[in-house]
Ligand binder design. Structure first.
Ligand code: G6P
Length: 461
């Protein structure tokens, strides 16, 4: 494409998962479903933007083929196998595992021909995004590329359109250099150089930004003029407080209370079921609490919402099964006729998550590694009566919330169990004070300001 070919969009966002999905009905019709994630609310502050994303389902692909499109969204119908290789094979198996340091025996990677084949798909998938962005962007437009799915896009787009301001934002941690270099040398270099095609690469915390800079210094001789930034996405207090008091949340709150039983403390966790979230060790810590502090038996319930994610991949499916198995084992071991120690729900339901946030006495957020973790920030904002946050020191949110949380090493099951006991026993006034301070820290950078800050920093350079 020549640099004289261009589109009209002044602000463009690129991400694998877009703000809308399409469902086919039995009569052959197609309906749009708007997503409600954090990125959607953050980006709503800029009305006039184009969001380039990938078709993820048959419904999405059919919508693209029929020319059905929501205003401001361009969905790319990338070949389903190419997408599966790029998304499942490279993004969610390799890059997610590297940045979250999830490889362990027997999951250690063997980067052979299958990996190379999938990598070619990852390149093709990134190229499809770069070409669409190049086509749609107005001269001098600002483009913000999201996450590890699209690490090569900035470099590719820079070659097509030297006039654009390009930013890349990582929502994940970044691996330390000794771990990152597990990737084959040429691939590690391609990832870093792809990202360094951006004018600015930004991260959720200083820790991840420093790790990226370190990788660049050691593996490609520096960040070659690319600026590095930090924008710690916070919770959206206005939205959450309003949403958490609607009728559907009240209904679920009543149902949860009935399930939990009267006069019991509640330990809540809400996650996508995914290895980095460390749900199994969380359950083990709770089991240890029931074992070593019998006075808590019958007096506490662990409400665990673990919503299945990336189920095309066996390793994610197996983990989902393991979570259910461990929760079931705790219930068989300790449960009584009137008391279910673990209430596990797996059907994604945002209203029910908010209901659980409101009544939690303790929130358990214990990931092995996490870019930020918004649950840790949302709970204190909507809590009815104060809630103690038990927080992993490996979550990005730790940088902002450590002072008023009880912090844990996520691998230390005994330590986590002790933290749960301490949290349950914390006096009401101390817990209320801490919750107030946590809520203030958690909402310091609301989603809209988070996104505008990135645009402003990008344009200043
Ligand atoms: C993380 C990633 C996002 C991703 C989300 C959900 O937060 O940083 O890019 O969209 O997980 O995962 P999924 O694979 O379902 O899009």
């Amino acid at each position: 494409m020549s640099s004289t070919t261009h589109g009209a969009a002044e602000v463009l966002v690129a991400s694998n998962r877009g703000p809308v999905s399409y469902v086919l009905d039995d009569a052959g019709g197609i309906a749009a479903k708007r997503g409600g994630g954090g990125l959607v609310s953050a980006l709503s502050v800029v009305e006039d933007k184009l969001w380039v994303c990938s078709a993820l389902s048959e419904g999405d692909r059919e919508a693209v083929r029929r020319g059905v499109a929501e205003p401001g969204v361009r969905m790319l119908d990338i070949d389903a196998e190419v997408h599966a290789d790029a998304y499942n094979g490279i993004a969610n198996s390799v890059l997610w595992f590297v940045h979250h340091m999830l490889y362990q025996t027997p999951l250690e990677p063997a980067f052979g021909p299958e990996f190379r084949r999938q990598w070619a798909s990852y390149e093709a998938y990134n190229r499809a995004f770069a070409e669409a962005l190049a086509e749609e962007a107005a001269p001098g437009a600002t483009v913000v590329v999201q996450d590890y799915h699209l690490a090569l896009v900035p470099g590719m787009l820079r070659e097509l359109r030297g006039d654009l301001r390009i930013g890349h934002f990582s929502h994940t941690p970044w691996a330390p250099v000794d771990y990152f270099r597990m990737l084959p040398d040429d691939i590690a270099e391609q990832v870093l150089r792809g990202m360094l095609g951006a004018d600015r690469c930004a991260f959720l915390t200083r820790r991840w930004a420093d790790a990226f800079t370190d990788c660049c210094t050691h593996l490609v001789g520096g960040t070659s003029g690319t600026r590095i930034g930090v924008h710690g996405l916070g919770a959206d207090a206005d939205f959450l407080r309003e949403r958490a008091h609607r009728d559907d949340v009240e209904e679920r709150l009543a149902a949860l209370r009935a399930q939990i039983g009267a006069d019991r403390k509640v330990i809540v966790r809400v996650d996508r079921t995914e290895l980095s979230k460390n749900i199994v060790r969380g359950l083990q810590a709770y089991e240890l609490l029931l074992e070593s502090s019998p006075e808590w038996r019958e007096r506490v319930v662990h409400v665990a919402f673990a919503y299945p994610s990336r189920q095309d991949l066996a390793v994610y499916r197996d983990y989902t099964d393991e979570v259910a198995r461990v929760a079931g084992a705790i219930n068989s071991r300790f449960g009584t006729e009137g008391w279910t120690p673990v209430v596990l729900h797996v059907k994604d339901d945002f209203a029910r998550s908010l209901a659980a946030y409101r009544i939690a006495d303790v929130a358990l957020v214990n990931p092995i590694r996490d870019g930020m973790n918004l649950v840790a920030k949302e709970v204190p904002v909507v809590s009815d009566d104060g809630c103690v946050l038990v927080l992993s020191r490996e979550a990005g949110a730790y940088e902002e919330l450590a002072e008023d949380a009880l912090t844990v090493n996520p691998y230390d099951v005994s330590g986590t169990s002790r933290a749960l006991a301490e949290a349950l026993a914390m006096p009401w006034d101390e817990r209320a004070e801490r919750t107030k301070r946590l809520a203030a820290a958690a909402t310091a950078l609301p989603p809209g300001a988070w996104f505008l800050g990135q645009l402003e920093a990008l344009r200043q350079g």
